[in-house]
Design a protein around this ligand. Structure first.
Ligand code: HEC
Length: 228
């Protein structure tokens, strides 16, 4: 055994360089120390083969659970039907009806004369609240809206002698039905609705005529006071 150069000494982990003499025990010691160091070097982990950190395991397990849950929840059991788009049910395959709002027709067409709450203006525009002409049968208000009304008329005990213009060329059957229905059920009135079909049939029967007088309407009204 040659004398050891302390500069060639493998790392001694804080133990300082070994000292040597010729004693056989010392020699054994050195080789034992050597062996220890060499064998320790062997189990030194190689770059890239270290154990992964614990949180990576935890994260991977959570990720697997998460993916499993997602597939279970949204995977649709891998069925082909899962990709079919559900159509919302359409009633009888009819196109959606155009909804006419009676309150809107009233506000834009009737309100300037009959006022916001249907009380009219005394002496000029008659009230719609509690008026027989509006509430008693279905047909009279439709006739009035289609062709107008002029001349003396008694409404809630008061005589009016004014003129209401016709609306047959300005309002559709739906609009007339909606606004009459609105007036018949608003402001304390409580009469059943009228339908666009009834407006249409009266429109056909009375086509081309001029403004009604109260007497004409009264005559039409008396025999068929329907109270439907
Ligand atoms: C330009 C003003 C004017 C407009 C707009 C008008 N009316 Fe009239 N309306 C009158 C007048 C005036 C009378 C009474 C006519 C008369 O004196 O002969 C009347 C009478 C009536 C009557 C019968 C009498 C009564 O008071 O019940 C009804 C029902 C009626 N109108 C509903 C309507 C509805 C609904 C509208 C809206 C679609 C409307 N009117 C739009 C002026 C108007």
């Amino acid at each position: 055994m040659t004398r050891h150069d302390p500069r060639n000494e493998p790392e001694q982990a804080g133990r300082g360089p070994a000292r040597f003499n010729d004693s056989p025990t010392e020699t054994t010691d050195v080789s034992r120390i050597h062996m220890r160091i060499v064998s320790r070097e062997q189990i030194e982990p190689e770059e890239g083969l270290e154990r992964p950190p614990w949180w990576l395991w935890a994260f991977s397990v959570l990720l697997l659970f998460g993916m499993g849950f997602y597939i279970g929840r949204y995977g649709g059991s891998f069925s082909v039907a899962a990709h079919e788009v559900e159509e919302p049910p359409v009633a009888g395959d009819q196109p959606a009806p155009i909804v006419v709002r009676g309150d809107q027709v009233y506000a834009s067409v009737c309100q300037p004369c009959h006022q916001a709450h249907g009380h009219g203006i005394p002496g000029q525009y008659p009230p719609l609240v509690g008026s027989d002409w509006l509430l008693e049968d279905h047909e009279t208000p439709i006739r009035i809206l289609l062709h107008g009304l002029s001349g003396p008329v008694v409404i809630k005990g008061r005589t009016y002698n004014n003129r209401m213009p016709p609306f047959h060329d300005k309002l559709s059957n739906e609009e007339i039905a909606a606004v009459i229905t609105y007036a018949r059920s608003g402001w304390g009135n409580n009469a059943p609705p009228v339908t666009p079909a009834l407006v249409d049939s009266i429109r056909q029967q009375t086509q081309g005529r001029s403004e009604w007088t109260a007497a004409e309407l009264q005559k039409l009204r008396a025999p068929q006071l329907t109270k439907k």
